[in-house]
Ligand binder design. Structure first.
Ligand SMILES: [Zn+2]
Length: 224
């Protein structure tokens, strides 16, 4: 069983790769953002004071307490492990303390040799260009890059026919700040993982997603 983590700046295609791994390798796609959103919206969990407090923070657009994130992610990780599932994380751990809190348990469950860290490399210019070209379906949230969709200015989603729109957080000024934050947050995590003897596998994120996926798959299969 594998545990795979995909790092990369916004626009590098982390979710696309995670989704492909989930579909083709039978891994569980652990999207921490969605997971935490579901947690604070779960009526059964709102009996707990700390979850109620987290819900308030979440609704105000704040960042949830790190101990809560670590505790909940690990609880879910253990559940998935016991169910016999491998996991792919995209976009998390986001902060060094999360990585420090989660990695030792991941190692105990999945074993060091089954844990992979990929870093999707994308230069700032390309990341900004991709994000400003990106459209998202209002209904099913499927993203569209005109480069890959084969349609010049798509108006409707190819999956559900819903209207496509440009997210406000995909504009160049916000993107530059998101990239800066990403670098600042991720560098210490990479340093920590290296200090624990992990190889961070860098992959050029400019080719088409399916080509990147072939590379990732090859590396994982060769090692297992
Ligand atoms: Zn759609």
């Amino acid at each position: 069983m594998n545990l795979v983590v995909i790092f990369g700046p916004p626009g590098a295609g982390k979710s696309t790769q995670a989704k492909l791994l989930a579909e083709q390798k039978g891994l569980f796609w652990f999207d921490s953002g969605k997971f935490l959103e579901a947690l604070v919206g779960d009526p059964a969990r709102l009996k707990e004071k700390r979850v109620r407090e987290a819900r308030k923070i979440f609704k105000a657009g704040g960042i949830l307490p790190t101990p809560l994130i670590i505790g909940e992610v690990l609880r879910e990780t253990k559940r998935l492990y016991q169910a016999g599932l491998g996991i792919v994380f995209s976009g998390s751990p986001r902060l060094l303390p999360e990585a420090q809190g989660e990695l030792p348990i991941w190692e105990k469950l999945y074993g060091r040799k089954n844990i992979f860290f990929f870093l999707l490399d994308l230069d700032e210019r390309t990341a900004i260009k991709r994000n400003s070209d990106r459209l998202v379906c209002k209904v099913c949230k499927n993203p569209y890059l005109s480069k890959y969709s084969g349609v010049k200015n798509p108006k409707h989603c190819m999956i559900c026919g819903g209207p496509l729109y440009k997210r406000t957080l995909d504009n160049p000024i916000i993107m530059r700040e998101r990239l800066r934050q990403y670098k600042k947050r991720t560098a210490p995590i990479i340093g920590y993982l290296r200090s624990r003897g992990y190889k961070i596998i860098r992959i050029d994120a400019t080719p088409a997603p399916y080509k990147i996926f072939t590379k990732i798959l090859k590396i994982i299969e060769k090692a297992s």
